[in-house]
Design a protein around this ligand. Structure first.
Ligand SMILES: [Zn+2]
Length: 105
C-alpha cells in the first residue's frame, strides 16, 4: 500500500529541495573553477534547477489542494485524476484527458 498523499508530497518536497540545494552547491563549485570549466554542464544544471523549482511550486499547490479537499481533482475540467498518475506524480494537477488536451491547444 502506498503512503497517504500528504506524506508522499512532503517526502517529494524534501527530496526536491535537497536536489535544489545540491545543485546550488555544485553551481557555486562550478563557478569557483569557471576559468577552466566548460560552461555547457552549468547551463544544463540551471535548466534542471528551474524544473526542480517548478516542481516545488506544484508540490506546494498540491498540498494546498489537499487542505482544501480538492486534491486528486483536475484543475481544468474537474475530473478525478487517475490513481496511477498520482502515484507517479503526486503533485499532478491535470488529468491530461482529451478534454484537457483540447483546452491546452
Ligand atoms: Zn482534466
Amino acid at each position: 500500500m502506498s503512503a497517504a498523499p500528504d506524506t508522499r508530497l512532503a517526502r517529494r518536497r524534501a527530496t526536491t529541495q535537497r536536489r535544489i540545494d545540491e545543485l546550488r552547491a555544485s553551481a557555486i563549485a562550478a563557478e569557483a573553477c569557471a576559468w577552466w570549466a566548460d560552461t555547457q554542464p552549468a547551463l544544463r544544471e540551471s535548466a534542471l534547477a528551474v524544473a526542480l523549482r517548478e516542481r516545488l511550486v506544484r508540490i506546494d499547490r498540491a498540498l494546498v489542494r489537499l487542505r482544501t479537499g480538492l486534491y486528486g481533482v483536475c484543475e481544468r475540467c474537474g475530473a478525478d485524476l487517475d490513481a496511477a498518475r498520482l502515484d507517479e506524480e503526486p503533485e499532478s494537477e491535470c488529468c491530461e484527458g482529451p478534454r484537457c488536451r483540447a483546452l491546452s491547444r
